[in-house]
Every structure is written in structure tokens, then in C-alpha cells.
Write a new protein. Structure first.
Length: 226
């Protein structure tokens, strides 16, 4: 049975013998970009609704959902409410490499950030079919290059939109209020992440180029000469 020499085991800082480990472990990861504030997303969606949710609503009638002490517009059933439903990781993290040093041999900084899919529900309310028109136009724009170009200005990319749904209800005046809802799915590479200093290269020396199928044939076949 092999016996380990305890003197070769790593010693934590502050414990006896820690002074013997003087080697610098090198730079480690540090906090990278923080998750974007929800206010950025609400600002982007509010502008997008004003752009695509036609007939256009006044900005004061495009409201942020899930808020305390918020009242609906008085005396009018013509408004939109934005509510964030979820945010989840999608695919592999996004990697961004930066090197401000002109020396190609100098290390750069690799930043790894989570790629998020954010689901945003938008409810349009109106006295007539205007609510449906706005929801359908917002869904169409979210699925087109118009939506991509517009939301890219705010750092978001639309992935797709669900089909609008009719969830009309009876209001305080015991009359139907037309309410159409649509969920827009956005992508943002601004989740929480890490940054670490790494070495890099911008060129490679290739000494030999081989045809893999010729020089490394499947088993059971002999080498072939090109």
C-alpha cells in the first residue's frame, strides 16, 4: 500500500507550513459583467411597443407590470402592460476576447457571460379590436429584421414571439375590455459572468497538411497512397 508524504500536500494559507508555498498562483478569475438591470429591458420594450404596437400609445400608457402603488390610466381602457415572465440560460456562454496591448505576445482578457433568453409578456387593452391589432403587429415585428434592427440598439435581439391570445375580461363598468396578450422572447449576452487573463495567438505555423481519409483510413483498410 502506497503511503503519501504529508510534506508534499498543499497547505492552506494561515496554517503551519503555509510560508513554504511562496509561488504566485497567477491571476485568477474575477467578476465579469453583471446581469443587466431589468430597467434596461423595460426601456427597450417600451420603445419597441411605441415603434411597432400601432396605433401608437402615449408613453404614459405603456406601463411596467409587477409594481407596487401603480394605477391604471383613469377613465380610459387603452393601455399596454409589460411583464417579465422568466430569464433562463440558453446554449453555451458567450466568450469575448480583448487585448488592448499592441504586443501580440501580451496576454489578453477573456470574458465569459451567460447567454439569456428573457420572456416578456405584453398585454394590450382597448375598448375595441385595437388591442388585437397592436398585439399582432408587435408579434410580426418581433419575428422580422425590423425587430432585430430596432432592439439591437438596446443590446437585445428578438428570437421569436408566441401567437397573440385573446384574454378579454369584464371591467369595473361591467363591460367587456378587449385584452390581447403576446409573449416576446429576447436574447441577451449580458448575464453574470467571469473575466480571466489568458494568453492567445493570432497566427499558426502549419508544417504539413494531410488528407485525413487517405492517411488515417478506417480500421480494416490498409494505408493508401495518394
Amino acid at each position: 500500500m502506497a503511503v503519501s508524504d504529508s510534506s508534499s500536500l498543499p497547505v492552506a494559507a494561515g496554517e503551519p507550513g503555509a510560508g513554504a508555498m511562496s509561488a504566485d498562483p497567477g491571476p485568477g478569475p474575477r467578476p465579469g459583467p453583471r446581469p443587466r438591470p431589468q430597467g434596461d429591458l423595460y426601456e427597450a420594450m417600451k420603445a419597441f411597443i411605441g415603434f411597432a404596437g400601432l396605433p401608437a400609445l402615449p408613453p404614459e400608457r405603456i406601463l411596467q407590470g409587477w409594481q407596487n402603488r401603480m394605477a391604471l390610466p383613469a377613465g380610459v381602457n387603452d393601455y399596454a402592460v409589460i411583464s417579465i415572465l422568466s430569464a433562463r440560460q440558453r446554449g453555451t456562454p458567450a466568450e469575448m476576447f480583448e487585448n488592448a496591448d499592441p504586443d501580440p505576445a501580451a496576454p489578453g482578457v477573456l470574458t465569459v457571460a451567460g447567454l439569456l433568453e428573457v420572456s416578456v409578456q405584453v398585454d394590450f387593452c382597448a375598448e375595441d379590436d385595437t388591442a388585437r391589432h397592436r398585439a399582432e403587429r408587435l408579434a410580426v415585428a418581433s419575428r422580422s429584421s425590423l425587430g432585430v434592427d430596432f432592439l439591437n440598439q438596446y443590446g437585445f435581439s428578438p428570437l421569436y414571439a408566441d401567437d397573440p391570445r385573446d384574454i378579454s375580461f369584464v371591467g369595473d363598468a361591467r363591460q367587456f375590455v378587449r385584452r390581447w396578450t403576446v409573449t416576446v422572447h429576447l436574447c441577451s449576452a449580458q448575464g453574470a459572468g467571469l473575466a480571466v487573463e489568458v494568453s492567445w495567438f493570432d497566427r499558426a505555423a502549419v508544417s504539413r497538411i494531410e488528407n485525413v481519409d487517405v492517411f488515417y483510413p478506417p480500421r480494416g483498410r490498409g494505408p493508401q497512397t495518394p
